[in-house]
Design a protein around this ligand. Structure first.
Ligand code: 1HE
Length: 265
């Protein structure tokens, strides 16, 4: 392990380290169940803004028994409308940096993944759940509303009706239910999440950078386009990716039998 970037100062609630080409960002406020205060959200923005070029993937994990208890409710002071908009904007900026940053992000979820913690997880590109994970949007019962991009990202992940159900009834979904509804794409036993997440992050870091760019930056935008614009953008992205020297070398490796075949395990 080596220090990620000595020039970036992170708040005490976040720690960053590096293993190979994978950067690991850890929510490290377990005594507050990794509740997200302003300093932590700003730190997330700083971390993803300053990611070194040679980092190929990021892992996002939570220290302690829970991934994150969401918004730090003790900071919910009296805000006027203008301040409320600015606060939500801070979250949007930080999670946008994560989603549209330099490297794909694998989130490993366990314990409570609730409110803003679920919004944070939803901004990642791949989600791995341990069996202890559970998901809720308790904003309804707190008299507030999601503010970290949940209205945009969560209906696309789990469907509008499920999100409405979660917010109106305070319903909690289990790790198995989250997996079945597409909130996560890997479900592993307790304490196996880090190893699975790291294995996936290493594989992602090995991809051609242009392909990772296409998947994380172009694909979600193309998916939102009207089909004719989507096909045209896809054609451009495909042509750019395949013209890359790295892609040509990978194809040559396969055709000359040096690259692994697709396997099913
Ligand atoms: C907190 C927070 C928090 C814990 N803000 N301090 N989120 C919620 O409504 C979830 C609120 N939290 C909980 O329901 C529970 O804490 C948990 C289920 C996550 C964990 O339970 P447990 O029994 O392991 O821990 P605990 O005893 O409840 O909490 C330990 C400490 O963390 C305690 O502080 P202490 O000083 O008494 O030790 C708690 O007060 C503190 N803590 N969660 C502040 N969230 C951009 S808008 C997003 C809107 C939202 O995210 S709303 C959802 C808020």
């Amino acid at each position: 392990m080596s220090s990620l970037n000595p020039f970036v100062a992170l708040p005490a609630s976040l720690t960053a380290e590096r293993q190979d080409r994978v950067a690991i960002l850890r929510l490290n406020r377990p005594h507050k169940r990794n509740a997200l205060d302003d300093a932590t959200v700003l730190g997330i923005e700083t971390f993803f803004s300053a990611l070194p070029d040679d980092v190929g993937a990021v892992m996002l994990v939570g220290e302690g028994e829970h991934f994150s208890a969401g918004l730090d409710l003790s900071e919910l002071e009296e805000r006027d409308v203008q301040q409320g908009i600015a606060h939500s904007g801070l979250w949007h900026r930080a999670f946008g940096r994560l989603q549209f940053g330099k490297a794909p992000v694998v989130a490993v979820l366990h314990g409570a993944v609730v409110g803003g913690g679920l919004e944070l997880a939803a901004a990642a590109h791949v989600r791995v759940a341990e069996r202890s994970a559970y998901y809720a949007l308790p904003e309804g019962s707190r008299g507030i509303y999601v503010g970290g991009g949940g209205s945009v990202r969560l209906p696309r992940l789990i469907g509008l009706s499920r999100m409405m159900d979660m917010m109106l009834t305070g319903r909690t979904f289990s790790a198995e239910e989250g997996q079945a509804m597409g909130l996560t794409t890997y479900l592993v036993d307790q304490d196996k999440g880090f190893a699975k997440g790291f294995e996936l992050a290493m594989r992602i870091a090995d991809n051609a950078p242009l392909t990772n760019f296409a998947v994380t930056q172009a694909l979600p935008r193309i998916a939102e386009m009207e089909p004719a614009a989507g096909y045209a953008t896809e054609a451009l992205m495909a042509a750019i990716a395949q013209a890359d020297e790295g892609a040509k070398a990978r194809l040559k490796d396969f055709l000359e039998k040096r690259a692994p075949k697709v396997t099913f395990t």
